[in-house]
Design a protein around this ligand. Structure first.
Ligand code: SF4
Ligand code: SF4
Length: 349
């Protein structure tokens, strides 16, 4: 059985309790934070377990690498206090089951780009940036064989992740990738953060999509024409599992000549898209989600953003239309990079 490595001693010696004092969705002072995280570590109930909106950010806030968010999720499951209604959990668990036979496995023996559960988004990986990179999980009927399963952190179901993930890793490993470029941040977080945290072996090197994009842009530097646009970036929850890769956002923007606007809700203070909040079982959660989205978009507008850049397809689905109704054009990062090298992404006008 895979067990989360969480060290309560680190919390007892912790000078900051940043995991909970920095939480943007609860107002917690440092004395309360220390009491609550220790209670949670000891297996006791806490108001934190009931009020957490599963934004993942405390994984980034903890300066000791102690995995407070993974701990919260394990306790929510053990104490049966999932943040979303049971029918939604049941439906979500069924959604991620690998089905429709085995995928076709072609050994690659080199770097491969993994679309995970986003096979239908192949239009986002077209053009020169992606030339000569073998892609796996291209068939939407088989994509759940490559689904990293980490989404179940939002459903208090660590047990489902631990049960299915070794099989998913085995399917990917049969392609023999030396490096696995993860199209989705969440897949990268799974292999680079969650697996080591619970002791699941990963027999390939995960590569963050933005690191890959940055390196490809460097190779194609001669084609880049500075875009002179003002952009806001919508940071996804799963990026909190790889804060060391967040710097590639600014590196890419600098390279393609766009200006990231200065705003309140960016980087460590980023607000999540609120997609999971609107489905939570706490009364008033829809209203709360709308209010957070309004604050976030007002902040982009006030800062003068013309474009909102997305990493996560789920954030795009949740916020894209609202952003657009507010006069800001939504775009996926890979499409923005394609525009910078003179290509026209699918559907771009
Ligand atoms: S989880 Fe991290 S930030 Fe929170 S109290 Fe423990 S060591 Fe400190
Ligand atoms: S996951 Fe987000 S909402 Fe939950 S405790 Fe951590 S920082 Fe707060």
């Amino acid at each position: 059985m895979y067990e989360l490595k969480f060290n309560i001693e680190k919390c007892l010696d912790c000078p900051s309790q940043a995991c909970l004092t920095k939480c943007q969705y609860m107002n917690i002072d440092s004395k309360t934070a220390k009491n609550e995280i220790i209670k949670i570590a000891q297996g006791e109930d806490s108001f934190v377990l009931h009020n957490c909106v599963t934004c993942y950010a405390c994984e980034e806030y903890c300066p000791m690498g102690n995995h407070p968010f993974y701990l919260i999720v394990e306790r929510q499951e053990a104490l049966d206090c999932a943040p979303v209604p049971r029918p939604l959990i049941k439906r979500a668990i069924k959604l991620g089951i690998p089905f429709r036979g085995e995928p076709e496995i072609k050994p690659i023996d080199g770097p491969a780009l993994n679309m995970g559960a986003f096979s239908e988004l192949m239009p986002l990986i077209q053009g020169k940036l992606f030339e000569n990179i073998p892609v796996i999980s291209t068939d939407a009927r088989k994509m759940f064989h490559y689904f990293c399963q980490l989404m179940y952190l939002h459903y208090a179901k660590s047990s489902v992740i631990k049960e299915r993930l070794p099989g998913i890793i085995n399917t990917i490993a049969r392609h023999k990738p030396t490096q696995l470029i993860c199209f989705h941040d969440e897949c990268y977080g799974t292999y680079a953060s969650y697996c080591p945290a619970v002791g699941i072996d990963v027999p390939f090197e995960p590569v963050h999509f933005y690191e890959f994009l940055f390196e490809r842009l460097m190779e194609l530097k001669a084609l880049i024409k500075p875009m002179n646009l003002k952009v806001a970036y919508q940071r996804p929850c799963s990026s909190r599992l790889s804060p060391d890769k967040h710097l590639f956002v600014n590196r890419i923007f600098e390279l393609i000549g766009v200006e990231i606007v200065k705003r309140t809700y960016s980087d460590e203070n980023a607000l999540c898209c609120a997609g999971t909040i609107q489905g939570q079982r706490v009364e008033g959660s829809r209203k709360r989600a709308r209010e957070l989205q309004r604050k976030n978009i007002e902040d982009m507008k006030k800062a003068g953003a013309q474009i909102c850049v997305f990493n996560c397809p789920a954030c795009f689905q949740t916020l894209g239309r609202i952003v657009s109704e507010n006069g800001i054009k939504p775009i996926h990062m890979s499409d923005l990079c394609r525009l910078a090298i003179g290509e026209k992404p699918t559907g771009w006008r």
